[in-house]
Each structure stands twice: as C-alpha cells, then as structure tokens.
Design a protein around this ligand. Structure first.
Ligand SMILES: Nc1ncnc2c1ncn2[C@@H]1O[C@H](COP(=O)(O)OP(=O)(O)OP(=O)(O)O)[C@@H](O)[C@H]1O
Length: 298
C-alpha cells in the first residue's frame, strides 16, 4: 500500500437517488471541503442512462487525479468500471443503503470523515473478478440472495427492513438448486441454498460471508451454503454474524485462483447488487491488483 501524493483535481460521481437520501448536503460538504483545501473539482450526477460512456469521456477530457463515487454499491461499481486499468484511483463516499465495498476497505461511513481521505490517504491496488466477462468489485452470488436482490430492485420502498421482509417471504418457500463448482483446487457438486463469489469479507448488511478473505492476495473465495433443513437457518446466520462459518456443517469456503460454476437450472445471479444474466456455465477470472482505491492512511 502506497502513501500518496495530494489530490488537486477531482471528479465526484453522485447518484441522486442512492440510499433514498437528498444529496444537497453532500454537494455543500464537497464544495466546502474543496474551498478550504484549494481543490479543483467537477461533479457528475448519474441519470441511470449511458453513465458509463459519459464518464469514460469525462475521465479523458477532464483528467482528474482521482474519481470519488458518492452513492451505493451500484454507483461504486459503475465508477470502478470507468477507472479500472487506469492509473486514476477510486475513492468512495458511502451514501447508499448497503455500502459493502467501502466497509470492507475500512472507509469511514460518514460524509465528513470520508471526505478527509481526499487529503490524507493511502492508495491500495485490489484484485477484482470477472464472471463471464462481467466485472465484480465486491460480491456476486447465485441462488437465494440473488432472488431477494431481484425482488428488492422492484420494490417500492428501500432500506434494510424492506430487504429483510422480502428475504423472509422468499425463504419460506425457497427450493435449493443443483450446481457443480470446479476450482483449480477442488470440486463441489450438489444442491446449494446460495453460492457467493468474492474477494472481500462481508455484505453491506455486515453478514461476514468470507471472514478470512484478503482483497489483494491473488486468491478469491467461493462460499457455499449447502442445502439445509429449515430449522438450521438460525445457526447458520448466527455463525455468519459471529464470523465462524466453519462451525456450521452446511457452509464451506473454497479458496482458488480460477473457477467454473455450472448453474444447471440457470438460477438468478447478482453482481455487486445488480441482477445479471450469466447463463448455465460461469467462468470466473481473477484480475490481480487491477483497481487502485483510496483508503485510510495507516
Ligand atoms: N438519476 C437517476 N435516476 C434513477 N436511477 C438512477 C439514477 N442514477 C443512477 N440510477 C440507478 O441507481 C442504481 C444504483 O444505485 P446504488 O447502488 O448506487 O444505490 P443503492 O441501491 O441505494 O445502494 P446499495 O447498492 O448500497 O444498496 C443503478 O441501477 C442506476 O441505474
């Protein structure tokens, strides 16, 4: 991890709708921080249409020292795709509902504190993943959670209560699906409740699906929750929150450098909070140290 030079010119990507909160305070806070630290900056507000292309153009025209994503995991993922494989680092101001990657990177969770990383930070190069060519910067999964994410994206209200309500409704009738997971180390074949693919540790909800994952070690994890009797759900959840998934006989973590998953029934998949069509054969590739991120100085 490199301690880094001062940023002088910044691009902020603000999602006006993320986390269901008004962003005028955020814009005021950015303007104030910019004034007091003599920063040149631009704000790009996402529209949900063509943002990737517009941001790619803005990145090359404006030439910022860093790009800060102010939104939830979807906005972070959009901005990460824009700066990936460039020298421009990604900063995060967490103003979504989950903010998973920012928590895993130790980024402060208030706007005021997150802004201080502009002037006092380190830069870390992290590994990212691709699932059938779709980039993943935090967590992907197949099965139960992807179904809940799909229903949540269509829900009229947002927030953890809505998510928990949908999860409970879907859980009661959920049937596990059959998969085959081939990694460079081992093979799993059987029914699973969900399969999570990640370099990171926890979902935005703080469920530690992969407590020992290291985001820049060249290795990623496939976390299996195998088919289990409904009565075992509480114990599984307890062990996930307690960071002891190994205490549950229904969870298993495969560490690997590459993998192929056969999703025989083509169950739903989600990548960083967005539902994606991946088909029945999913090839997972790791791209070591392919994204530079702004993190707290040590
Ligand atoms: N101006 C806009 N109007 C409507 N939708 C938008 C707009 N800008 C971005 N979006 C949509 O917002 C979604 C991304 O939201 P994001 O993930 O950042 O916030 P969130 O869902 O509240 O937080 P989290 O992912 O942390 O739960 C994308 O689907 C994107 O298309």
């Amino acid at each position: 991890m490199a301690a880094n030079s001062r940023f002088k010119k910044l691009l902020f990507v603000i999602n006006p709708i993320s986390g269901d909160v008004d962003k005028s305070d955020l814009e005021d806070a950015i303007a104030q921080y910019g004034r007091s630290h003599q920063l040149e900056f631009k704000i790009y507000k996402t529209s949900g249409e063509d943002d990737f292309k517009k941001l790619k153009n803005l990145l090359s025209e404006y030439g910022p020292d860093a790009v800060f994503a102010a939104g939830g995991d979807g906005t972070v993922s959009l901005t990460a795709r824009v700066v990936k494989n460039s020298d421009v680092p990604l900063g995060i101001i967490p103003v979504g509902s989950g903010n998973g990657l920012s928590k895993d990177l130790g980024i402060p969770q208030t706007i005021e504190e997150a802004l201080t990383l502009i002037t006092n930070h380190a830069i870390k190069a992290i590994d990212t993943l691709e699932l059938n060519g779709h980039p993943c910067f935090h967590i992907s999964d197949l099965g139960f959670n992807a179904l809940v994410v799909a229903r949540y994206s269509e829900a009229e209200s947002r927030g953890p209560q809505t998510y928990a309500f949908i999860a409970l409704q879907e859980y009661l009738d959920y049937e596990c699906h059959e998969y085959r997971v081939e990694t460079d180390q081992e093979v799993f074949e059987g029914a699973a409740f969900m399969i999570t693919i990640t370099n990171s540790n926890a979902f935005g909800s703080n469920v530690k699906i992969n407590p020992n994952g290291v985001i820049d070690d060249g290795i990623f994890e496939i976390c299996l929750i195998e088919s289990f009797p409904k009565m075992a759900a509480f114990k599984i959840m307890y062990n996930l929150y307690a960071e002891t998934p190994e205490n549950s006989e229904f969870t298993r973590i495969l560490s690997c450098r590459e993998a192929t998953i056969y999703n025989y029934t083509d169950t739903l998949a989600q990548i960083d909070g967005e539902v994606v069509e991946l088909g029945k054969k999913i090839t997972i590739k790791q791209l070591p140290k392919s994204l530079r991120v702004v993190v707290p100085a040590e």
